[in-house]
Design a protein around this ligand. Structure first.
Ligand SMILES: [Fe+2]
Ligand SMILES: [Fe+2]
Length: 336
């Protein structure tokens, strides 16, 4: 779902150097940049510069990891949802997120990396996922706010990816964005019901909004001037809109929705700027952002432990599926 830290390389990896190629490859690479930047779609079998491939593997896999780690804070609430209706909605949403992870792992595999390698990178802590999922979901209102604001931010981040230069990623994003719209609306609907309830329910919603607002703004990543990979990603047609522009688009949309809901955001600097035609907002605490990205958020350890445990406990399922596949080769695969 969530592209916040997707253009943040891991410390050992650094920023790809597109000039580190032999001369003939440089010319090929320049021609590729021209095509990808002008809107041409790149497919899995096409030649691509190694740095483009590496950037996509990192971005798509971080995106996939974010989808499946994002299931964890919501999974905590399936047994505590306040009605059967909310329980079935939440289950459907969590199932969607698992599906998003699968589409994205499949898209990453087209670039020549195996799913096992990607999972191993997640479990060792080498690969990143969106830091928003390292915050806890303390009350039922948090689940509504995750849908409204976290999925809402994800949609704004991800709609431009439906037009990104890598075909398998762009096509996966079309379906994902449709499902994210449902996620955002179910969150808003759940909060609206609570806001029409008791004073205690309204206070619970406002408290959840207060805790999630700033981490959600961080989902759009560092300011453009501090975003290491943005320039290259833009040149290659992977990134279409800058982090700051996407963040502004989100703030403007969220302000309008907050009025319908009757909640406020915890920022005294939030006000309409008629000259810019946008809402101004206060400074983001980037120290907190980097702290969480680097593994020191409230739930980093818990999330990773849960993923590793799920992987280990699922070993027998993978073994059974492999044994079945060995006994019953698929006709299409056998023919190929
Ligand atoms: Fe998702
Ligand atoms: Fe979602």
């Amino acid at each position: 779902m969530y592209t916040q830290s997707l253009d943040i390389p891991s410390p050992a990896e650094g920023v790809p150097d597109p000039t580190a190629l032999p001369l003939d490859e440089l010319a090929r690479s320049a021609a590729f940049n021209e095509r990808a930047g002008s809107g041409e779609i790149v497919e899995a079998k096409d030649w691509m510069p190694p740095a483009y491939r590496k950037t996509l593997i990192r971005q798509i896999s971080q995106h996939a990891h974010s989808e499946i780690v994002g299931m964890l804070p919501e999974g905590n609430w399936v047994t505590r949802a306040p009605s059967l209706k909310r329980k079935t909605i939440l289950l459907a949403k969590i199932q969607d997120e698992g599906g998003h992870g699968l589409y994205l792992y499949a898209a990453a595999e087209t670039l020549g990396v195996s799913r096992d390698e990607l999972q191993a990178a997640l479990h060792s802590g080498k690969a990143k996922y969106s830091s928003i999922f390292n915050y806890p979901t303390l009350t039922w209102a948090d689940i509504g706010v995750v849908g409204w604001l976290v999925d809402g931010a994800a949609i704004i981040n991800q709609v431009p990816l439906c037009r990104c230069s890598y075909g398998p990623y762009a096509r996966a994003m079309v379906r994902i964005c449709r499902e994210e719209s449902f996620h955002q609306r179910q969150g808003f609907d759940s909060l609206l019901a609570m806001m029409q309830g008791t004073p205690a329910q309204r206070a619970m919603v406002q408290d959840a909004v207060n805790r999630w607002w700033w981490p959600v703004l961080m989902m759009f990543g560092p300011h453009d001037k501090d975003s290491q990979n943005s320039e290259l990603s833009t040149k290659w047609g992977i990134k279409r809109i800058s982090n700051d522009d996407l963040r502004q688009q989100f703030v403007d949309a969220a302000m309008a929705q907050s009025e319908v809901l009757g909640v406020s955001f915890p920022d005294p600097h939030l006000q309409w700027n008629a000259a810019r035609g946008h809402y101004d907002f206060g400074p983001i605490d980037w120290a907190e952002f980097w702290n969480v990205v680097n593994g020191h958020g409230p739930c980093n350890r818990e999330r990773l432990q849960a993923r590793v445990a799920a992987w280990e406990e699922g070993e027998w399922v993978r073994a059974a599926a492999s044994a079945y596949a060995a006994k019953h080769p698929a006709p299409a695969r056998a023919a190929a």
